[in-house]
Design a protein around this ligand. Structure first.
Ligand code: ZN
Length: 344
C-alpha cells in the first residue's frame, strides 16, 4: 500500500510501505477514506532530525472497516468509523475518567512502528475502545466536519473546557489555526458572551467571526496584552484558550487571563519553561490542558455536527489526494492553507 513518510525537515514522501494487516486479536484493519494534515505535523516538518527509516505520518482519519480480529465486538466489517488521534482500550482507570490520551495501554498513530492516517490503510489497535461508528455514508456532506472530530474540533473543545468557558464569560482564543478556530466554535457552544480571537491572517479571522468571535486582536506580544485589557475593562479574560504552543503565545495567553481566570492550553509546548510563573501565581490563574481526550468528545460533539449546529469542517480550505500530500504540507507551512483534507 502507499502512505506518507517523513524523513526530515521539509522531506515528506508518499511511497510504498508494507500492507497494513491484523496482528493482534483486538485489531481492526481500516481502509482510509478521508484524512488530513495537522498543524502539529508542521512541528516535525520544520525540526525533524534526518532519519533513514522515516516516520509514518497522520493521526486524523475516517475509514471503512475491512476486517477485525477475533476479540473485536463493537465494530464490524463494513462499518464507517472515525478514529481519535490517540488509540485507547476504553476500559482502564484513565479511560473510565474520560482521559483516553493517558490510556495505560494506548498510544499514538504513526512513527516507526504503527501505521499513520495519511496512508491507504491503518491497523487500529484496541479497536473496540478506539473507533466510533459513523451513522452516515462515506460521501455524506458532513464528512469534513465529522473529520474534525478526530482532532481539531475535540482539541478546541478541550481548550474551552480547560479554560472553564461558560455562560456570561469573556473568552479569548490565542491562535487562528484550525484548533483556534474550533476553539471559537467551542467557546460559543459553551455560552461565552464575548469571544476575542488573537490572530492576524485575514481569511482566518473572517472565519473566526463566522464561528462566533466578537472581537479581533491582531497585535502581538505586549501590545496584544494591552489591547485585550482595553477590551475587557482593564480586567482581562475569564477564559483563555492557548492554541499555538510557542513560548510567546503562552506568555500572551497567561498575560491576558484575569485574576481567578483559567488558561486551557492545547498547543503542544515547544519548550519546558513555563513563562509568567510569578505573575500568574499572584493572580490565582488556573493553568490546565494537555492532549485532548477527543475519544470522549466524539460522542459529545457528533450530534451537534449531525444536526448542523456546528460546522467545524469549514476549516478545510483545500482538498487533495494522497499524491498531493507533500504539496499540502508546503501549503500549510507557508500559511497558504488553513487545513488540508486528503480524499482517497
Ligand atoms: Zn485506557
Amino acid at each position: 500500500m502507499r502512505a506518507t513518510v517523513m524523513y526530515g525537515v521539509h522531506d515528506v514522501r508518499v511511497e510504498n510501505v508494507p500492507d497494513a494487516q491484523l496482528i493482534k486479536p483486538g485489531d481492526a484493519l481500516v481502509s482510509v477514506t478521508r484524512a488530513c494534515i495537522c498543524g502539529s505535523d508542521l512541528w516535525p516538518y520544520n525540526s525533524m532530525k534526518s532519519s533513514e527509516v522515516g516516520n509514518r505520518m497522520g493521526h486524523e482519519f475516517i475509514g471503512r472497516v475491512e476486517a477485525v480480529g477475533s476479540e473485536v465486538r463493537r465494530v464490524k466489517k463494513g462499518d464507517l468509523v472515525v478514529a481519535p488521534f490517540a488509540w485507547s482500550d476504553g476500559t482502564c482507570e484513565f479511560c473510565a475518567q474520560g482521559l483516553q490520551t493517558s490510556c495505560i495501554h494506548g498510544g499514538f498513530w504513526g512513527g516507526t512502528k504503527l501505521d499513520g492516517g495519511q496512508g491507504e490503510a491503518v491497523r487500529v489497535p484496541l479497536a473496540d475502545g478506539t473507533l466510533v461508528v459513523l451513522p452516515v455514508g462515506e460521501d455524506h456532506a458532513l464528512m469534513p466536519s465529522l473529520l474534525t472530530l478526530t482532532d481539531v474540533m475535540g482539541t478546541g473543545h478541550h481548550a474551552a473546557r480547560a479554560a472553564k468557558v461558560g455562560p456570561g464569560k469573556i473568552a479569548a482564543v490565542v491562535g487562528d489555526g484550525a484548533v483556534g478556530l474550533c476553539g471559537v466554535i467551542a467557546a460559543r457552544r459553551l455560552g461565552a458572551e464575548k469571544i476575542i480571537i488573537l490572530g492576524r491572517h485575514p481569511d482566518r479571522v473572517a472565519l473566526a467571526r463566522e464561528f462566533g468571535a466578537t472581537e479581533v486582536v491582531s497585535e502581538r506580544g505586549e501590545a496584544a496584552v494591552e489591547r485585550v485589557r482595553e477590551l475587557t475593562g482593564g480586567l482581562g479574560a475569564h477564559s483563555v484558550l492557548e492554541c499555538v504552543g510557542h513560548g510567546e503565545s503562552m506568555s500572551t495567553a497567561l498575560g491576558i487571563a484575569r485574576p481567578g481566570g483559567a488558561v486551557g492550553r492545547v498547543g503542544v509546548p515547544q519548550s519546558n519553561e513555563m513563562p509568567e510563573a510569578k505573575t500568574t501565581f499572584y493572580r490565582n490563574v488556573t493553568i490546565s490542558g494537555g492532549p485532548a481526550p477527543v475519544r470522549a468528545y466524539i460522542e459529545e460533539l457528533m450530534p451537534d455536527v449531525l444536526e448542523g449546529r456546528i460546522q467545524p469542517g469549514k476549516v478545510f480550505d483545500s482538498v487533495t489526494n494522497l499524491d498531493g500530500v507533500p504539496d499540502g504540507y508546503r501549503a500549510m507551512n507557508d500559511r497558504k492553507s488553513i487545513k488540508v483534507m486528503i480524499k482517497f
